[in-house]
Each structure stands twice: as structure tokens, then as C-alpha cells.
Design a protein around this ligand. Structure first.
Ligand code: SF4
Ligand code: SF4
Length: 383
């Protein structure tokens, strides 16, 4: 990356990926003011934009991998510089050249696992439906109302399998006609795309779309905001449109329609963390809160930086797979905010957020004082 031809190449690739907008930057620095990285280390999106404009990007630097695609700075930018899309373009170049700084190296294993087994965590495809054993969950067949797509973490991760089980329990008690695709389900591909690996994303997306079509899927219920985002906003690039609903929306609908009744007392102080891909990227702020407010005895309080200003947990943009040292984890700060307002439960609705908060809980001095819950787990307890 040291000669003029390469600088030109970088500029061309950035342009080809929609990075034309980099040029509009007038270096106001508003992005750096809101970026959560500046709470924990020196990082400047403004500088990345500047360097990219001239093709001076340091491809081997860890900085191009830091953005969690949280969506906070694009919201502030007065020049509509598309920081996320252009940042992904830089990662595409690094991916193409196979340049991964040490904290980013796990991406190579993730890629191999996605290609081989359809999930990023090194698990076997044939075990994808094991979470549902003994839970009265059927295989999806044509004509069913809803495909439940738990995604990779809820299918395999021991902590998150509890969320998948809570979801299946709620759906069964509401009498919802649903099924799962099990080993025919692939990772949605959202996060690998944000690491710049367009090829693997497209492969996963095409396989999923073919499976959905072959099985007559029309409506997809998801637990991860990342699945929600890519099915709703990115799969239409393949000329398909499925109806997509996130569980936080659907559970509220089930309550509103009287299909489930919340009778159990949940006498705890709860705060809700907006996942970036549910809130800022897709505008879903109210349904999760409204669902929680329906729980008898539950006291819902807001943290500083909620809704559109929500503090990212640090897991988006593929960061969930990269190494973030202690002292640089946003989830630690978020947990402190939750404890700071006296919450006994930090509720959220995203597998990455839950993974990061559970990790932070282990490291936080007052970690024992707070529980981490997906909202479906709270609703299940109140049934
Ligand atoms: S907020 Fe936008 S215009 Fe301002 S420095 Fe950042 S990218 Fe440039
Ligand atoms: S999208 Fe979020 S993490 Fe990425 S540079 Fe902007 S504020 Fe920082």
C-alpha cells in the first residue's frame, strides 16, 4: 500500500462501494464527539475520512476495524458522509489483501466456519436445531404462518439458547402457527458483510433466500436485530421481499391482541438498552418498552443515552468476533450506567448485547447487583 497506484486503487474501491460521500466531509469533527470509542481510547472517524479521501488509508491499521457501525455519527454528520458504508469499503480492501491486525485475526476462523457450517462460532450445522429438543417446536412447512429464525447465537450459545426457548414457549402459549428450518438455516450474513466480506455475505444470503422460497416462507420472525436488519433492508437487493418482524414487536402484538396474558408479578426495577440495529438503524424504540410496561409490578426506568442516543454495546460491525481489551469495552460503561440508575435488570433484545453485557457483568465490581435479560425472558416469567 505504499505506491501511488495503490492509493488510486483505494480511492477507486471506496468510490465503487458508495464512498463517494467521503469527499463531502468538511472536517467538523462532530462524528468524533459522539463516537463511543472516544470514551475509551483515541480514535478518529474524521481522520479516517480525511485519509480515505486522498487514498492514504493505512490498511494494516486496527483503526479501520474499530467502527461498530453503531449509527451514531452518521446521524450527526452535517454533510451526509456515509461513514459506515465507506468504512466497510476500506475493510473490503484489507479483506481482499488478507491484511488482518492481531485483534481482527479471529475473522479468518469465523469466515471458515460460515462457509463450512453456516454459523460463525465453529458449531456443526447438523446440531443447529438441538436447542429446540423437547420444546414442541415443529419443522417449518409450507402454509405455516411464521418461520421462526433464531439465528446463530440463539441456536448454539448456551446463554442464548434460553432466549430461543423462552421465545418458543411464548409462541406455543399464544397458539402461533410457527416452525423452524433447523439445519437448513444459515447465518443471515449481516455481520460478516460489515467486515468487508461481501462474497461470504452473498453466498449466505443466496442460500437462505433459496431455502425460504423453496419452503414457501412468507413471514419471518427473528430474535436478532442483525437478522432483522439484513432480511428487511439488505436481502431486497436480491429482488425478494419477505415480511420480517422482530420478537420485541411481535410479543407486544401478542399482548395487545390478548393472545398471551401477563399475570405473574415481576417486582423489579428494569432498564431497557436499545440495540443499535433495532433502534437507530430501524427505528424500533417503543414496542420493547411498551411490552415491558405491560408486565405487572415491573418498574421501567431510562438510562442516560437511551433511544436514538443509545450507547453501543460494542458488538456490531463484526466486533463481536474481534478482541477488545478490558478498559476499551463499551458494554462495561453501559452496565455502569444501568447500575447507576439503580436498575436490578438490564433488559435488551439482541444476542450481541446480551453476550457483551454478560461478559461485562463478570468484570464489574457491582456485577452481582444486576441481571441481564432478553425481554422475552421477562415476558415468559410473567406468563
Ligand atoms: S461529522 Fe461528517 S463532515 Fe464532520 S468530520 Fe465527521 S464525517 Fe466529516
Ligand atoms: S458508526 Fe458509531 S462506532 Fe462507527 S465511527 Fe460512527 S459513532 Fe463511531
Amino acid at each position: 500500500m505504499e505506491n501511488v497506484a495503490d492509493f488510486k486503487e483505494i480511492v477507486d474501491v471506496i468510490k465503487a462501494s458508495g464512498g463517494e460521500a467521503f469527499k463531502r466531509c468538511f472536517q467538523c469533527g462532530l462524528c468524533d464527539v459522539v463516537c463511543p470509542w472516544n470514551r475509551v481510547t483515541d480514535f478518529s472517524m474524521r481522520k479516517i475520512v480525511r485519509q480515505a479521501t486522498f487514498g492514504f488509508t493505512e490498511i494494516e491499521s486496527e483503526d479501520i476495524w474499530r467502527c461498530t457501525t453503531c449509527g451514531r455519527c452518521p446521524q450527526q454528520c452535517p454533510r451526509d458522509v456515509r461513514q459506515i458504508e465507506s468504512g466497510v469499503a476500506l475493510r473490503r480492501i484489507a479483506t481482499e489483501y488478507g491484511v488482518f491486525p492481531t485483534p481482527v485475526k479471529p475473522i479468518r476462523t469465523v469466515r471458515a466456519s460460515l462457509v463450512g457450517e453456516g454459523n460463525p462460532i465453529g458449531e456443526q450445522r447438523k446440531e443447529r436445531a438441538d436447542w429446540a429438543k423437547g420444546l414442541s417446536v415443529n419443522t417449518f412447512t409450507e402454509g405455516m404462518e411464521i418461520l421462526y429464525f433464531p439465528g446463530c447465537y440463539l441456536s448454539y450459545d448456551p446463554r442464548l439458547k434460553k432466549v430461543a426457548a423462552a421465545t418458543a414457549d411464548i409462541l406455543n402459549r399464544a397458539g402461533v402457527d410457527f416452525g423452524i428450518l433447523g439445519s437448513k438455516e444459515n447465518c443471515c450474513g449481516e455481520s460478516i458483510r460489515k467486515t468487508g466480506d461481501e462474497e461470504v455475505f452473498r453466498r449466505l444470503a443466496r442460500e437462505n433466500i433459496k431455502t425460504f422460497i423453496d419452503n414457501g416462507v412468507k413471514k419471518i420472525l427473528v430474535s436478532s436485530p442483525h437478522c432483522y436488519h439484513t432480511f428487511k433492508n439488505e436481502y431486497p437487493e436480491f429482488m425478494v421481499n419477505f415480511e420480517v418482524v422482530h420478537m420485541s414487536q411481535y410479543v407486544f402484538e401478542l399482548i395487545e391482541k390478548g393472545r398471551i396474558e401477563l399475570t405473574g408479578e415481576y417486582g423489579k426495577k428494569v432498564t431497557y438498552h436499545d440495540p443499535c440495529y433495532l433502534g437507530r438503524h430501524n427505528g424500533i424504540y417503543d414496542e420493547p418498552r411498551e411490552a415491558l410496561k405491560k408486565v405487572p409490578g415491573l418498574e421501567l426506568n431510562e438510562m442516560p443515552e437511551s433511544r436514538v442516543d443509545s450507547l453501543c454495546c460494542g458488538g456490531g460491525g463484526g466486533r463481536i468476533w474481534m478482541e477488545t481489551p478490558k478498559g476499551e469495552r463499551f458494554s462495561d460503561l453501559r452496565l455502569e450506567q444501568a447500575v447507576g440508575i439503580g436498575a436490578e435488570v438490564l433488559a435488551t433484545s439482541c444476542p450481541y448485547c446480551i453476550t457483551n453485557f454478560e461478559d461485562s457483568k463478570l468484570n464489574l465490581e457491582q456485577g452481582e447487583a444486576i441481571e441481564i435479560k432478553d425481554i422475552t425472558e421477562i415476558i415468559q416469567e410473567a406468563l
